[in-house]
Design a protein around this ligand. Structure first.
Ligand SMILES: [Ca+2]
Ligand SMILES: [Ca+2]
Length: 187
């Protein structure tokens, strides 16, 4: 812990702790996880960004079918490459922590699921979600997918416009808490 605890000043740790759901000690722990993914970080830590590929190598994300989308949502990279600065990584870990309120997780789940980033989940987005969720279990037949989409929309698309707004998504997800399982990482 010696090397990484001296990376930040006490003020920096205090600030990170105030901006997240982590204690100062946990912030250091998150930094250690960050460094584990690429030890070069310690040599040039200021302004360093971890590539999306490296973040996705993290054991907890490796098994997450949405790992690339998660990186894109948390990345502040101006070249839109999904790379994460330490602050980005810390934000991600904070939202995924047990301490984060469910409402915040739902907010980020919506962003992650919104593949074409137009603030709506249309049937194309939902097809992508289902395909990724069922990926390892074998793809659905076309008619099974259609049936599933129809059932889901019937249940969730309250204003019948063929897409899910954030409010509609929030409403449907409140009835199926398992849906948030992809949005948890234990420190
Ligand atoms: Ca969309
Ligand atoms: Ca709708």
């Amino acid at each position: 812990m010696g090397a990484s605890s001296s990376v930040f000043t006490n003020e920096e740790l205090q600030e990170y702790s105030e901006l997240t759901f982590f204690s100062k000690k946990e912030v250091i722990h998150v930094f250690e996880k960050f460094v584990e993914l690429d030890p070069e970080i310690l040599a040039n830590r200021k302004g360093y960004r971890l590539s999306m590929e490296k973040v996705c190598q993290m054991p907890e994300l490796k098994v997450n079918p949405f790992s690339d989308r998660i990186c894109r949502v948390f990345s502040t990279s101006e070249s839109f490459d999904g790379s994460l600065s330490f602050e980005d990584f810390l934000d991600m870990m904070s939202v995924f922590s047990d301490q984060a309120p469910k409402g915040l997780k739902v907010e980020y789940a919506f962003k992650v699921y919104d593949f074409n980033e137009d603030d709506l989940l249309d049937t194309e987005d939902i097809e992508m979600i289902v395909t990724r969720l069922t990926g390892s279990a074998g793809a659905l037949e076309e008619n099974e997918m259609e049936q599933l989409l129809m059932n889901l929309m019937q249940e969730a698309d309250l204003d019948d416009d063929g897409q899910l707004s954030y409010a509609e998504f929030e409403h449907v997800i409140s009835k199926s808490p398992d849906f948030l399982n992809s949005f948890k990482i234990r420190l």
